[in-house]
Design a protein around this ligand. Structure first.
Ligand code: PHE
Length: 421
């Protein structure tokens, strides 16, 4: 029976493949785009300290809980929760809803990264309307308000995801991650080393590693905000609290070691986040004329600072192409996890075939994500509780939905199943 389910639903080709795909799901824009800017805004080393403690105490536990639940049931979130206790079925649906809310902003950011990759690539061949060089340094500001390209690249990014996901677990997702993840790691090492050699970078390391507890009394930061940002970032970055890891666990063989896998995934994700910090924060000090206010740039930080670094390199355009293509890989391996968990819910719940489910998810994504992609252009005046759509969806998922779901999952595991099992 068990083998039947596995062979019908597909499964990982090897534990390495599972690890690469899970790390792929965890490592994404959350690490490379989100971590450095949240660290920049939330007190540097103090934020890092909170983050590390939370990963060890909460992250590893919830990750392990989700993997174990998925492997036990061999199903995606909704069916898993229902099978364990009817009272917890809502948690499965809440996870799917949270996944859709994440897609609403993640795919827009993915589109921006795709635009940067294409821009750098085209500028290898000189200028064109799409090329990077055309817009000078304020490319980001320009692009955000260029509604047509925002939507074009957002839709292209969705198509990219659909192509990979409709290929299935082994053929699409796993092959994609096996190459992209190690390559990204190597490129990050290279860029970090380059930045370390620039004058001014040392200030960035101080900001990252020397805790300054006076931020607790800073009205713009404060204890509560550091904790909230670190916790939200942790859930988001580890992809926990919405059932994605349940789905990934369901494709995992009974012989694999769950604890070890949970540690490796959390460790690798944290390593890449810190590496992204080591790349962007010292670069802010070295390339923004030492003006630490740039750290307050928020979501725009990566898109502003990194191009400055590349512009200063001899072969910056080539490095730019490589960097944005690999960040694109990382983003796609995360967003396919979101797409995959939605698709497998339709497969399991409604008995739909994979292609049909994938297309429907694609259509819903276009509809919802358009709101975020227009948030800086035609819909600039429209806000939800004082936030642009993109920021609102970011806040709603990281800081509200994922923590609640994670706590409920822990309660479920401890009350209904029992920790021993
Ligand atoms: N963890 C991913 C990242 O850091 C985002 C993500 C969240 C992916 C939840 C899947 C589920 O970019």
């Amino acid at each position: 029976m068990d083998t039947d389910i596995k062979s019908k639903r597909g499964g990982w080709g090897s534990n390495f493949g599972f690890l690469m795909a899970s790390i792929g799901s965890a490592v994404g824009l959350g690490n490379i785009w989100g971590f450095p800017y949240k660290m920049g805004k939330s007190g540097g080393a103090v934020f890092l300290l909170f983050y590390l403690v939370l990963v060890v105490l909460v992250g590893v536990t919830v990750m392990l809980g989700e993997l174990a639940l998925g492997r036990r049931s061999g199903k995606s979130g909704v069916s898993t929760y229902r099978a364990l206790s009817k009272k917890y079925t809502w948690l499965g649906y809440a996870g799917v809803l949270c996944g859709f809310c994440i897609m609403c902003f993640y795919f827009v950011l993915g589109g921006i990264v795709l635009r940067y990759a294409v821009g750098y690539f085209l500028s290898l061949f000189g200028g064109s309307t799409f090329a990077w060089s055309g817009q000078g340094t304020d490319f980001f500001g320009y692009f955000l308000t260029d509604t047509k390209s925002m939507i074009l690249f957002f839709v292209l990014y969705i198509l990219l995801n659909i192509i990979v996901v409709s290929g299935g677990v082994h053929g699409g997702i796993e092959k994609f991650c096996n190459i992209g993840m190690p390559a990204l790691f190597c490129l990050l090492v290279f860029i970090i080393a380059y930045i370390a050699c620039q004058p001014g970078a040392a200030e960035g390391y101080k900001f990252m590693f020397r805790p300054d507890f006076s931020v607790f009394s800073d009205p713009n930061v404060g204890f509560g905000r550091v904790l909230k940002n670190a916790a939200g970032q942790m859930f988001f970055s580890l992809s926990i609290g919405l059932g994605v890891m349940i789905t990934y666990g369901s494709y995992l063989g009974k012989q694999e070691h769950l604890q070890r896998n949970a540690f490796i995934v959390c460790g690798a994700d944290t390593l890449i986040a810190v590496m992204a910090g080591l790349m962007i924060i010292p670069a802010v000090f070295a390339f923004s004329g030492g003006d630490p206010d740039t750290l307050q740039a928020g979501p725009a930080l990566m898109f502003i600072t990194i191009p400055k670094v590349f512009a200063s390199m001899g072969l910056g355009t080539v490095v730019g192409v490589l960097f944005f293509v690999l960040v694109l890989f990382a983003a796609v391996t995360s967003s396919i996890a979101l797409t995959e968990s939605a698709v497998s819910t339709f497969e399991d719940e409604l008995g739909w075939d994979r292609k049909k489910a994938t297309v429907l998810v694609g259509v819903i994504m276009v509809a919802l994500g358009t709101l975020s992609s227009l948030g800086y252009g035609p819909l600039a005046g429209v806000t939800v509780i004082g936030m642009q759509f993109l920021d609102f969806f970011d806040f709603l998922t990281n800081s509200v939905m994922m923590p609640i779901a994670a706590i409920a999952t822990c309660l479920l595991v401890s009350r209904v199943i029992g920790v021993d099992k």
